[in-house]
Design a protein around this ligand. Structure first.
Ligand SMILES: [Zn+2]
Length: 114
């Protein structure tokens, strides 16, 4: 949402400068285009940090999303499924979205040992 409002503000500034000093509009355009590269790099860094932290929590047999203790060992499909919240993670630590992964139609949660 912050990025949206930033780009909307940049659009408003660029629109005003079209009538005052048109070169500023071109500079803002190229800054926005090349700024996308830094946004993609920042997203990759944040994803890597999230996966690193999730792997550490998964090794401690806790769910990275709800922090409930339980057996988070990978099941036969190679996924770690939380018995409490049903969230599934791949062994690299990234959270799997059931809407994007057709193999997760019926996730079988691993029941915590009593
Ligand atoms: Zn959970």
């Amino acid at each position: 949402m912050v990025v949206f409002w930033t780009y909307l503000l940049a659009f408003a500034v660029a629109f005003c400068f079209v009538f005052i000093f048109p070169q500023v509009t071109l500079i803002l355009l190229f800054l926005a285009i090349f700024g996308l590269i830094f946004a993609v790099i920042g997203r990759a860094i944040l994803n890597a940090a999230e996966c690193f932290l999730a792997r550490r929590i998964l090794r401690a047999d806790r769910c990275p999303r709800c922090a409930s203790p339980g057996r988070m060992a990978p099941n036969s499909a190679g996924r770690c499924v939380c018995a409490a919240c049903g969230t599934s993670f791949d062994p690299r630590g990234s959270e799997l979205d059931p809407e994007l992964d057709p193999k997760l139609d019926s996730p079988v949660p691993i029941v915590a040992a009593s």
